[in-house]
Design a protein around this ligand. Structure first.
Ligand SMILES: [Zn+2]
Length: 336
């Protein structure tokens, strides 16, 4: 262990004590696509004590351009991102304890995992999940770091429950376009820039140098050479449903009821069942319909013009439609 972190401990604001703090801390990363991969790699190389990774997806070819933890082999094996990430991260730093969960980031499944979590990193791709994170962070008093990016534009902000305005308070201040990576694309430097902001703030929190935190919302457009930080102190609302005087944490109850969901821009519907799939049994049934590909976490097959992926945790992706009705009918045809 002596030399591994020498360049980091030489950096004065971290030092030996800071490194000990980093080694003792537990970070949860929600989402393990482009932002999650890059955040995880930085924190694992920096020597964070424990990392919990949550992701619902599996690795596909179009991920490799920017999701830095994954390989062609992971695509071939259709490995869930959380599992492929854990494999790679363990090679990078075997001293870090890594818990990987292949599941939807819904409140009821995240709450049991929050014990002793010091910091939550947002690496998701939508505001529904971010508002759940925002509520969870305030209810359980855990700092979280928002990050988002599309095209060549990105944003980041550090939320400290009980101190800063929260994501709900900020929303009217944010330059939101409604564009997604699936509609207008993204270049990798955009991700790296957001991650540079997120992980620097994370290191400050982990070494407990709160004075150094940025406190402002940062936004940038790398292609068009724009960078700005926005003072948001005054956006804090006393009646905010998350960080106000009488919080209702509305997203923690609302979410639990969502059972089907169109995955933004992906021509895919997710269906979530209240049971786990017995994959071997399912494969035996579905083999009569088409060629089934299977690994310990999921199985997939082509059916009519659709591609269907069953996850062991009870979720199903129906690729090739945005219609919940159509996806359900296919689903019931296959699993009854
Ligand atoms: Zn608020």
């Amino acid at each position: 262990m002596t030399d591994r972190y020498s360049r980091q401990t030489l950096f004065n604001p971290i030092g030996k004590q800071g490194q000990e703090n980093i080694n003792a801390k537990h970070v949860m990363i929600i989402g393990c696509g482009a932002l999650g991969s890059a955040n995880a790699e930085v924190l694992v190389r920096a020597g964070v004590g424990k990392l919990t990774i949550i992701d619902r997806d599996y690795v596909e070819l179009s991920n490799l351009q920017r999701q830095q933890l994954y390989t062609e082999q992971d695509v071939e094996e259709e490995l869930p991102k959380a599992i492929a990430a854990k494999n790679r991260l363990t090679q990078l730093n075997s001293h870090v304890e890594i818990d990987a969960y292949v599941m939807d980031a819904v409140a009821e499944s995240i709450i049991p995992l929050l014990t002793n979590v010091d910091l939550i990193m947002d690496a998701t791709d939508n505001f529904d999940i971010r508002f759940i994170i925002n509520d969870l962070a305030h209810k359980y008093d855990i700092p979280w770091i928002f990050g988002s990016c599309v095209g060549s534009t990105g944003m980041s902000y550090t939320v400290l429950p009980g101190q800063t305005p929260c994501l709900s308070c900020l929303l009217s201040t944010m330059p939101l376009s409604g564009a997604t990576c699936d509609s207008v694309g993204i270049i990798t430097p955009t991700i790296q820039m957001v991650v540079a902001h997120q992980t620097t703030e994370a290191l400050k929190l982990l070494v407990e140098d709160d004075q150094a935190l940025r406190s402002k919302l940062v936004t940038f457009d790398l292609w068009n050479n724009m960078y700005q930080t926005i003072n948001v102190e005054r956006t804090k609302k006393h009646d905010c449903p998350t960080c106000g005087e009488n919080p209702s944490y509305a997203y923690l109850t609302y979410d639990a009821q969502t059972k089907t969901e169109v995955l933004c821009g992906r021509d895919t519907v997710q269906i979530r069942a209240n049971r786990e799939f017995e994959l071997d049994e399912l494969a035996a049934n579905l083999n009569r319909i088409g060629t089934v590909k299977q690994n310990p976490f999921l199985l997939s097959l082509h059916y009519q013009s659709y591609r269907i992926v069953f996850f062991q945790d009870g979720r199903t992706f129906v690729h090739g439609t945005n219609s919940i009705e159509k996806a359900k009918s296919i689903y019931y045809q296959l699993v009854g």
